[in-house]
Ligand binder design. Structure first.
Ligand code: NOJ
Length: 761
């Protein structure tokens, strides 16, 4: 992460000098308001006392100079930002972390500005603060909503102890294109699973009482369509039809509103010709209108200013006008609201009622967080020391890391490894890597703080373990803002790896992407193993075919050669602080893998975007000749479908029963049996297909799932209720409708589930 030290120093000097000046103003507003009943009343009273400039100030958010998560601001900004803080022209800061730093900026806002309105302090707590959980895509592979909720709860508690009271998470963008680096940050391709996970994460961050010092405000982002960027290239144009917008993109966002999310972030992309930041339809009509969202919307970093590059606004002033009129409540790092909005109101170009509405929303969340009662409630040095890095947080991270692993292949039961008597060669730079498992978006984590696979496997002492790196994945400096330099030529350590493999009973190869190869600004056109890793793998394969491939990656990869040739493949993503322990426990069978893929894995880059819930073409299957929807050189289907994942045991599905209770309710049941030899957990998945509708429907849609744990030979009947909510869809006017007709119901262990029944509603 880039830290502009000169700016830090300049800012610190100014800050220290002025912090020493005691404020002689009347008692801060915070205390005088505590007796007033009702947040709305308090907000209105406060608003009445604010000047136009102070109102606009609440809509202004500055970065705090410590961690840059967007393009660096100009060096001259520090003095101006400080001045604005003091004048009450700053409503929020992001990337200020640690109690001492947060207290510092809060003190200026509360004790030096005229009205003493506290700042809301935002930070990207994406999958943990210092104790890092699996990347969100991996967490989603667990399908375990309670464990996911817990992970966000832990992240909130740790971040709150460091002074933060607002996270820019969850990212609920639906993602179908593995080229896009930010697939790592979401819940994958399905709106039903995505909605459940979105809700779990909001509840985890916010808890049931936002005023607790352990909970923080969540932020659903990026509204809307960001995951559909053309050709998977970061920040690229998005053009989607109404059906996709309403049925695929919107549902997880709406789920966060239903769960009470307090903030939204808009997006960098243009959606159907209008940048999301200047999009009135999205923000005023849908979000604040139709969905009645009563929190506030922050822009993404600099996205107001970017509307000039998009070609919507001729200059910054016009961009500020468009954004405010469209319902963007807070300006993150464009500096345009603070500069232009008051003038625009005076010129009659932005209604003051829009400003009032935005400010009320922002103040409301600050009241809900309890910041007016105690602006320093997140600033307790003792708590900071005690809470961060707690053992219980590591246990939660380990639990979810194990549950996130997906077993992709396991021929001849090569896995689990025997606990003794085997010679194991562990190969690959990622096997000893303590940084990459943290993934991207782990800004507050200590570098190299993850347990590596090597360390995790060393805990199993009864085998002979030999480690050989084989080859580096990247060379040089890797960091949040730096371009990753891939090693494409250095094979000097291949011989040691080949030697180690020759004499081993089993070879475990840990290969994939380094932690910073996915995330923001990390689009890729190739989805193979980066650098010389594939060559290394094939060189090792020549001397020992008994290979377990453990993948560390932030996106689906193309794994055809691997699937064809290797006996065992484990998708271990980037699993966070406890990564190596989780992987070792799965490899040695102390945890029976139960994860299921939240995104389809393509056979070729040319297939993406690829997703299971596609719509049929008019020529879906193999008519004689070429005139049907297919590729000349590859199958249509993915290599591993959505929902797929194996276990060390096996499961049998039988006895699918469906009953139409009414035109709005269908009961479904199925029997699941553990037909293998080990206790295991299965994600039972229910899909529907609405065969004929006024707007065509996908060939399959996930509409229910349940995690079931069974001992060998145990059977259980699993029941689902489908209601209007699951059976209906949005038409092209955005109305939710349920149409009668034929529906197929499929139940099984992945999106190819073949147990099927057809009903008529
Ligand atoms: C830009 C990213 O798109 C957004 O997700 C993030 O929250 C902000 N930067 C702040 O870091």
């Amino acid at each position: 992460m880039k830290k502009p030290f000169l700016i830090v120093i300049l800012f610190s000097v100014l800050f220290t000098a002025v912090s020493c000046i005691k404020s002689d103003s009347t008692p801060s507003l915070s205390s005088s308001l505590t007796s007033v009943q009702g947040i709305e009343k308090k907000v209105n009273e406060l608003l009445d006392r604010m000047t136009l400039e102070e109102k606009v100030g609440q809509m202004n958010q500055y970065v705090g100079f410590w961690d840059l998560t967007g393009p660096a601001p100009d060096s001259g900004d520090a003095a101006e930002k400080y001045e604005h803080l003091r004048n009450g022209y700053v409503g929020s800061m992001l990337n200020v972390r640690g109690v001492e730093n947060v207290r510092g900026v809060q003190k200026i806002a509360v004790e030096e500005s005229r009205l003493g309105i506290p700042l809301i302090i935002g930070f990207d707590v994406i999958h943990g603060y210092e104790t890092i959980s699996p990347i969100p895509l991996a967490e989603s592979a667990s399908w375990d909503l309670e464990a996911i909720r817990k992970s966000s709860e832990v992240a909130a508690e740790e971040a709150a102890a460091a002074g933060i009271n607002w996270t820019f998470a969850p990212m609920v963008d639906i993602t179908r294109d593995a080229r896009w680096g930010r697939v790592m940050e979401g819940a994958g391709e399905d709106p039903y699973l995505g909605s459940k996970i979105a809700k779990a994460r909001v509840l985890g961050f916010q808890g049931t009482d936002l005023s607790q010092h352990t909970t923080i405000a969540a932020c659903a982002k990026h509204f809307a369509g960001y995951g559909f960027s053309e050709s998977g290239r970061e920040y690229n144009t998005v053009d989607v039809g109404t059906s996709t917008l309403n049925n695929m993109i919107f549902p997880p966002f709406q789920a966060t509103v239903d769960a009470g999310v307090r903030t939204f972030m808009n997006a960098f992309n243009v959606l159907n010709g209008i940048p999301a930041t200047g999009n009135k339809y999205l923000q005023r009509d849908v979000l604040k209108g139709k969905w009645a969202f009563d929190g506030f919307v922050v822009t993404d970093w600099g996205s107001i200013d970017e509307m000039t590059s998009h070609g919507l606004a001729k200059d910054g002033k016009e961009a500020a006008m468009i954004a405010a009129n469209a319902g963007s409540d807070m300006d993150m790092e464009s500096h345009l609201y603070v500069k232009e909005l008051a003038g625009l109101v005076r010129e009659g170009k932005v209604k003051e009622s829009f400003i009032d509405d935005a400010v009320k929303r922002i103040l409301k969340v600050k009241f809900e967080l309890g910041l007016f009662e105690d602006p320093y409630k997140y600033c307790d040095e003792v708590r900071e020391k005690e809470v961060i890095g707690q053992q219980a947080f590591h246990e939660a991270a380990l639990d979810l890391a194990k549950k996130s692993i997906v077993l992709l292949k396991n021929d001849n039961q090569l896995l689990p490894l025997k606990k003794q008597g085997q010679k194991i060669a562990l190969i690959g730079a990622l096997a000893a890597d303590k940084n990459s498992p943290l993934g991207n978006w782990r800004i507050a984590a200590k570098d190299h703080s993850a347990v590596s696979v090597l360390e995790g496997m060393q805990a199993y002492k009864e085998n002979k373990l030999t480690y050989a790196k084989g080859a580096d994945v990247s060379i040089g400096y890797t960091a949040f803002t730096a371009q990753v330099q891939i090693n494409t030529s250095d094979k000097s350590e291949f011989p040691q790896a080949i030697e180690a493999a020759k004499s081993a009973d089993v070879v475990v190869m840990v290969l994939g992407e380094i932690g910073y190869q996915s995330g923001e600004g990390r689009s890729r056109t190739k989805l193979g193993l980066p650098g010389v890793q594939q060559e290394l793998l094939e060189a090792v394969y020549k001397v020992n075919k008994n290979i377990v491939l453990v993948l560390n990656n932030g996106r689906p990869l193309v794994l055809n050669w691997h699937h064809e040739n290797l006996p065992a493949i484990v998708e271990a993503w980037q699993l966070g602080t406890q990564s190596g322990n989780a992987i070792a426990q799965v490899l040695y069978g102390d945890y029976n893998p139960s994860g299921k893929l939240p995104m389809s894995f393509p056979r070729a880059v040319g297939q993406v975007p690829i997703y299971y819930n596609y719509k049929n073409t008019g020529r879906p299957t193999g008519a004689p000749g070429v005139f049907w929807s297919h590729y000349e050189d590859e199958e249509n289907s993915p290599l591993y479908p959505f929902g797929y994942g194996l276990s060390y045991t096996s499961f049998e599905y039988s006895n699918l029963k469906t009953s139409v209770v009414s035109e709005k309710e269908v009961q479904v049941s199925v029997t699941l049996k553990n037909s293998g030899k080990q206790t295991g957990k299965e994600v039972v998945q229910l899909y529907i297909r609405d065969h004929f509708a006024s707007v065509t429907r996908p060939v399959r849609e996930l509409k229910g799932f349940e995690l079931v744990s069974l001992v060998p030979n145990e059977s259980q009947e699993i029941s689902f209720t489908l209601t209007e909510k699951e059976l209906g869809f949005y038409d092209n006017n955005g109305n939710f409708i349920l149409e009668s007709g034929d529906f197929s119901i499929f139940v099984g262990g992945d999106s190819n589930a073949n147990l099927q029944s057809t009903i008529t509603l």
